[in-house]
Ligand binder design. Structure first.
Ligand code: 13P
Ligand code: SF4
Length: 310
């Protein structure tokens, strides 16, 4: 009987009936990750979106991720449980202001982090994610100048690792800028054997003390394959769910935030706007749906395709 089924079972049933696929980012609530067909970092999710044969894609993530799925699947229905699930990085880069910068430096190659709007992607030569950014920058001929947007922290990190000069947009992720270096150092004194792992959206002073820097999938892989047992994890706290499942015997400590909050760690309020109930409702109503103009899709697809080809 329908009433007796749990919300989770109802989602799974509806997903089957509608030939839908649920793609979830690691920062989503555990109960959303549990109903997902695939959980991944931004690059893996984009690749899954490009390859799916489902009729409906439910994107349990934030707006720019669902937009990317729509750009890759213009004829499919792409749903996002809460359309207000944005991203501080995407918001930091409005198209008009970005166009002005581009006009000032017309000879520069424009590389944008996938955490930006479809409009910004349409103005880019190449898109990248945190897991392929270094490779993408290295694929650009050495004599070409580069504009990198919108994440200045990832940009600074890329300048360091590639040795390339880049003009950086002044955007940042509110979650990764919230880590406290002082508290992190105190914690590593308390746990001297712990390895610090950090996402490259974190500030330089956090990255300087990190033993490993990588995307969410990169961090998961490092923890799984490392001989060490204790890790201080500097990224959004949602990743701890999958990480702990992968390494049940290891100790995972969330990197502390500057301001004390309820979980004493960093959570992305945008990612957490999606709930299992909203996911069920959006599958049932087949909305909210991501809708983009055909012309915008065509333009934004070019740099995404180039990224997938590198
Ligand atoms: P990745 O999962 O690609 O590392 O991205 C992290 C992030 O902040 C997504 O918004
Ligand atoms: Fe954007 Fe940061 Fe949230 Fe990722 S964690 S969606 S980069 S605000």
């Amino acid at each position: 009987v329908q009433e007796e089924l749990s919300l989770k079972d109802r989602v799974l049933q509806l997903k089957k009936e509608k030939n839908a696929v649920i793609l979830a980012h690691y920062y989503q609530e555990p109960e959303i990750q549990e109903v997902a067909d695939f959980i991944g970092d931004s690059l893996e999710l984009a690749k899954k979106a490009a390859a799916t044969t489902a009729d409906i894609i439910v994107f349990a993530g934030v707006h720019f991720m669902a937009e990317t799925a729509k750009i890759l699947n213009p004829t499919k229905k792409v749903l996002l449980p809460d359309l207000k699930a944005g991203c501080s990085l995407a918001e930091s880069c409005p198209p008009e202001a970005f166009q002005k910068l581009k006009d000032q430096y017309p000879d520069h190659v424009v590389v944008t982090y996938i955490n930006c709007s479809a409009e910004i992607k349409a103005m880019s030569d190449l898109v990248c994610t945190s897991s392929n950014a270094e490779k993408i920058i290295n694929s650009i001929p050495a004599d070409r100048k580069i504009i990198f947007a919108p994440d200045k922290n990832l940009g600074k990190y890329l300048i360091d690792v590639t040795g390339r000069e880049m003009l950086l947009w002044d955007g940042a992720c509110i979650v990764h800028e919230a880590f406290s270096l002082d508290k992190l150092i105190d914690l590593s004194i308390e746990y001297p054997k712990a390895k610090i792992i950090a996402h490259p959206e974190s500030e330089s002073h956090i990255l300087q003390v990190a033993n490993y820097i990588g995307s969410t999938s990169g961090m998961l892989n490092y923890v799984k394959t490392s001989d060490y047992d204790t890790f201080i994890v500097a990224t959004e706290a949602g990743i701890l769910h999958q990480m702990q499942l992968d390494v049940p015997h290891k100790t995972l400590i969330p990197a502390p935030a500057k301001e004390d909050n309820s979980c004493a760690c960093s959570e992305c309020a945008f990612m957490k706007m999606n709930t299992l109930k909203k996911l069920y409702d959006c599958l049932e109503k087949e909305g909210p749906e991501i809708r983009l103009e055909e012309e915008l899709i065509e333009k934004a697809l070019v740099p995404i395709k180039r990224m997938l080809e590198v």
